[in-house]
Ligand binder design. Sequence first.
Ligand code: NAD
Length: 331
Amino acid sequence: MASRRDKIKGTSRDIDAWFKITVERSTQRIFDDAEYEGNGCNMVPSGAWKTEAPTDAYIVGLKELPENDDSPLTHTHIFFAHCYKNQAGWQDILGRFARGKGVLLDLEYLTDEKGRRVAAFGYNAGFAGAAIGIDVWAQQNLNPSIEYPSIDPYPNENKLIEHVKSRVEAARKGGQYPRIMIIGALGRCGKGAVDFALKVGIPENHIIKWDIAETKKGGPFPEILEADIFINCIYLNQPIPPFITKDMLDGDRKLSVIVDVSCDTTNPHNPIPIYTINTTFDKPTVPVKTKNERPLEVISIDHLPTLLPRESSEAFCNDLLPSLLELPNLS
Ligand SMILES: NC(=O)c1ccc[n+]([C@@H]2O[C@H](COP(=O)([O-])OP(=O)(O)OC[C@H]3O[C@@H](n4cnc5c(N)ncnc54)[C@H](O)[C@@H]3O)[C@@H](O)[C@H]2O)c1
């Protein structure tokens, strides 16, 4: 919660603005309560925004508000409400704002003058997606008969890099590094995927970067079958032909791992129409049955930045903070 009262002094970010920051306690968060306290934040119990926040407070969150609550919303809320694309329950949430005369500042629609999202988790999603994809490839080579296990968030990026790097080295046994094809390589997710691959030692010439220029001829693309790992990072905003089809997978291929970072799983124009479910941290991969003996596993986790909660949160915060500091100028 942030209300326009006192000047916050001496925070690590040196927030030189007229905000009083109040933080709810949480045991689930990657940042300990003590980190906020140490930066001069006032701490309150979890859920206190509803009962304690002054009417002029901005309630800053991230994802949906708690379910099973129909009470009117009276504050200005800043979060991803997921209600402008006909998502389930959109009438309920917008109805609560209407009844309480509250205001919704939806983070999904915070854009710059070029219409690009100001704060998004793309880079970390691509980074984490590449990590899981490369690790699944290592698992296929090290322990082909053992299903890829559940995954937990990492305390920091270095631990993740260290883990995957050692697995790649063990899996390649002095031989070739995997070839990784990234489509949408020039976007946020794509850049994150490229950076992760480089950080675990994949040589630059093993990373094939495609974007609009390479796909404009229209799919499907047999080139994808020549990579070991295919990472899809495009922003799908119009119907396009598929990048790969189920039939193609029956023939010769090196490809054994697909990471669908874009996760347009249920979109009728999903360019990877070979699987139908989103996978999870508990069960990160879904196998695709083909006539080929070589395995093929898809990772389609739609909350990949959770793998690196600290870095993902910090990157998002850095992008969002300049806009938050402009709040007093909102009319
Ligand atoms: N799985 C997750 O956890 C997760 C998290 C964040 C974002 N995402 C999703 O990832 C996708 C990409 O997000 P972003 O922030 O990187 O977007 P972005 O706009 O920064 O980048 C998208 C890139 O895709 C390219 N592109 C678009 N259509 C293409 C095509 N037909 N062929 C080749 N390249 C094409 C664009 O030129 C651009 O470089 C979005 O759908 C977003 O919702 C997923």
